[in-house]
Design a binder for this molecule. Structure first.
Ligand code: AMP
Ligand code: GLY
Length: 421
């Protein structure tokens, strides 16, 4: 293999550990770096924060990085892809303008409208009184969203009018900073949610395996919204027919509109779908790999990831064949006590030896201090296992969860239960 590549992953979550784990197995890899990484990616870490774009460009030039892969949305919204491209560096991910599909909910809705994509009825407001008037005509339940990035906390599902009216003030009264200057109000949709991540080279999109996330903090889908408490793949509610429909009616028109605007979308286009009685509707776009979706997707990807990413950066995705494992995969997130509100940090953790090759502990908010593994963030570990059946995969994942010494860890016991019903 004369042509091995030096790859840089940007980010420090469970998603980035899963991507690093997968890329480390690539036959085309020469050397891997993760900036800044976590304790799980220790072997590859370089201490540059994900938002330090100038520092990352510098590092990529100095280390002759062949390909950079961006995990989180913040550096994408800050224009990391534009900066790398300007410096003549190859990078996987959307440009700053294309990243607005996630960075601005009103922009995303406008694109959905011009691409005629089925989505919840909506309106955008910059005046609280007009927003409240609209609520009067829409009625409850309804959903209120801060326009900008708000780390997953900018969405309020209001079951009654009082909550909805309060939410207008909460979002627009400065609590969300500039993210809350504009407010999107939309119709409440009912159904099961599915995350569909697609590789895209700007013209061609190829779907990954479908995933169901568990966004709420508590079992039974109760409590506050979080970044995601666990995932499994594939959800039995998903069918090949549904996938063709989503690719045809939602994904292709999005790519086409982005191309027509002169801002083609290269990277991961992630659709947050609601499977309603009237068919699949789009809740939101994300412009990156999901977390913890990526943990189960990488567990199931049989093909080498590196040539897929490379092909996306060259507009040659249509030439790549993707293979997936039949096995079901489950990821259970272990979070710090208190998450998603204020949570404890620096909790010492002890991990058992993992002997089963079908099981892997992905790190998220972890670090090493005073020679010990400790928690550093809200979501700390993603215990990921595969199995011939969902039951088997769940059993393997929870058996390992129970062997982890992480005092007062918060996690859900019902990850994947929806798939059993
Ligand atoms: P978003 O960031 O837009 O995906 O919203 C976060 C979560 O809020 C979603 O995963 C859904 O669970 C919920 N949500 C968002 N929009 C709607 C909607 N129109 N109807 C029902 N639930 C929604
Ligand atoms: N798990 C949902 C996300 O990554 O946004």
């Amino acid at each position: 293999m004369g042509n091995r590549k030096r790859v840089l992953i940007v980010g420090n979550g469970g998603r980035e550990h899963a991507l690093a784990w997968k890329l480390a197995q690539s036959s085309e890899l020469e050397r891997l770096f993760v900036a800044p990484g976590n304790a799980g990616t220790e072997l590859w870490n370089v201490p540059i924060p994900a938002q330090d774009i100038a520092g990352l460009v510098n590092f990529a030039q100095k280390e002759k990085i062949d390909l950079t892969l961006v995990g989180p949305e913040d550096p994408l919204s800050l224009g990391i892809v534009d900066a790398f491209q300007k410096a003549g560096l190859r990078i996987f991910g959307p440009t700053q303008i294309a990243a607005r599909l996630e960075g601005s909910k009103s922009f995303a809705k406008a694109i959905m409208e011009s691409a005629k994509i089925p989505t919840a009825k909506w309106q955008v407001f910059d005046d609280p009184d007009q927003a409240k008037n609209y609520l009067g005509t829409l009625g409850a339940p309804c959903v209120l969203k801060a326009d900008g990035l708000a780390a997953g906390k900018g969405v309020i599902v209001a079951l009654d009018m009082e909550t909805a009216l309060q939410a207008v003030d909460e979002i627009m009264d400065g609590g969300f900073g500039s993210a809350g200057k504009k407010l999107v109000i939309e119709e409440f949709l009912e159904g099961q949610e599915v995350s569909l991540l697609c590789f895209s080279d700007g013209t061609t999109a190829v779907p990954m395996v479908p995933v169901q996330d568990h966004k709420r903090a508590l079992e039974g889908d109760l409590g506050l919204n979080t970044g995601g408490m666990g995932t499994y793949s594939p959800p039995p509610i998903w069918t090949a027919e549904l996938e063709s429909k989503v690719m045809e009616d939602l994904v292709s028109p999005t790519l086409q509109v982005m191309r027509e605007r002169g801002t083609p979308f290269q990277g991961v286009l992630f659709l947050g779908l609601m499977l309603t009685q009237q068919g699949p509707k789009l809740l939101e776009y994300n412009v990156r790999f999901g977390d913890p979706e990526t943990q189960v997707v990488m567990k199931r990807l049989k093909s080498d990831l590196l040539p897929i990413l490379w092909a996306c950066t060259e507009g040659r995705l249509s030439e790549v064949e993707l293979e997936w494992k039949e096995e079901v995969a489950v990821c259970v997130v272990m979070a710090a006590p208190g998450y998603p509100l204020a949570y404890a940090k620096e909790i010492p953790i002890r991990l058992p030896e993992v002997t089963d090759s079908g099981t892997v502990i992905f790190h998220a908010g972890t670090g090493i201090s005073e020679g010990r593994l400790r928690s550093t963030g809200g979501r700390v570990l993603g215990i990921t296992a595969d199995g011939k059946t969902l039951q088997q995969a769940r059993k393997k994942a929870y058996t390992l969860v129970d062997q982890i010494d992480f005092p007062k860890a918060h996690f859900r016991r019902d990850i994947g239960e929806k798939g059993l019903q």
